[in-house]
Design a protein around this ligand. Structure first.
Ligand code: ATP
Length: 311
């Protein structure tokens, strides 16, 4: 049974179809990427999943039952893009208060906060105020307050913005650990390389509609173009006979080829072996999620990360 099922969800603002008939499923323990350009409808979708907005139409099923915004909200941790911490309140008190709102007793809340503060080297922050923290520090605090009560569903909107590489890695590791412990994570970002690295499954939303849904690997395979890169000790001066491929580009000491229909990667290797070329590498080139995103949203061809050969 999936943790979250969204069926035919709609939310219109006057004539703006912010979310226009979107359905998807989030499986338990998954790290799920919710992607889309600015204004696509992601925040509106998240606000319905977290009970902030009522949908105009459609259904949300959470943990096998119709989503109940009042009672289910304790099972959801949401870190919105606009961070909402009380600037004047002391950090320890604030974290305790937020954890109590999510159903923890004061004693459990303090114990958990201490655990996380040690893990994130934040022990000395307890009596500081949020307004005394840097952007990255308050980001860490907000992450801790989002996940502290170990919610079934964690929704993170741009969790790495403003973090240095060390703190990004710290948060990334915790995201993996939370998913391994059974939390399901919805992750919204515009940084596609993070999505490739972290997410199991993605959907892409554009103009209020879902235009892509699949595993990261499946999506990349769906858009592959049968392109391979073959690296040589010395790049061959010419191609003899009938190559089982079309030359499409070069990159340093490599040819970029597109295998012609009816041929396989082995045929390409055999061809070059017969030519006695010193092959040092052979790799399939899959499009990046960034390229796929731009292709789908802009309607342009996939960009190419190599020197194309023009006729
Ligand atoms: P971003 O990546 O820029 O955060 P988003 O994908 O989260 O964008 P939404 O904030 O969901 O996009 O907005 C979707 C559309 O709905 C936009 O056209 C936006 O102007 C509109 N919209 C969102 N909230 C409201 C509102 N409260 N009233 C009117 N229109 C709204």
């Amino acid at each position: 049974m999936p943790l979250l099922e969204v069926q035919n969800l709609k939310k219109y603002f006057a004539t703006q179809k912010a979310v226009d008939d979107i359905s998807f499923t989030v499986n338990r323990g998954n790290i799920f990427g919710l992607l889309g350009p600015n204004g696509a409808g992601k925040t509106t979708l998240i606000r319905m999943i977290t009970g902030i907005f009522y949908p105009d139409e459609g259904q949300i099923t959470f943990d096998g039952r119709k989503f109940d915004p009042v009672n289910d909200v304790v099972h959801i941790g949401y870190m919105p893009e606009e961070r909402g911490l009380y600037k004047k309140m002391k950090i320890g008190e604030q974290a305790t208060y937020l954890a109590q709102l999510k159903g923890l007793s004061k004693k459990d809340a303090i114990a958990k906060i201490k655990e996380w503060f040690i893990k994130f080297e934040m022990q000395s922050w307890w009596t500081k105020k949020v307004e005394d923290l840097s952007k990255g520090m308050s980001q860490k605090l907000q992450f801790v307050t989002t996940v502290l009560h170990e919610p079934k569903l964690i929704i993170l909107d741009e969790p790495f913005s403003g973090l240095d590489p060390v703190n990004s890695n710290l948060i990334k590791d915790e995201i993996y650990k939370l998913s391994q412990k059974g939390s399901t994570i919805i992750f919204s970002t515009h940084r596609m390389e993070q999505v490739e690295e972290i997410c199991d499954h993605i959907i892409l939303v554009n103009k209020g509609q879902k235009i892509l849904d699949g595993t990261v690997k499946g999506v990349k395979n769906q858009f592959k173009e049968n392109l391979f890169s073959i690296g040589f000790e010395h790049i061959p001066a010419n191609l003899n006979g009938n190559p089982p491929f079309e030359m499409v580009g070069t990159k340093e000491n490599a040819f970029i080829v597109k295998i012609t229909d009816g041929h396989k990667p082995n045929d390409v290797l055999n061809y070059f072996l017969q030519q006695q070329s010193g092959i040092i590498s052979f790799n399939e080139i899959l499009p990046s999620l960034n390229d796929i995103f731009i292709k789908l949203v802009e309607g342009t061809p996939l960009t190419r990360q190599f020197q194309a050969i023009t006729a």
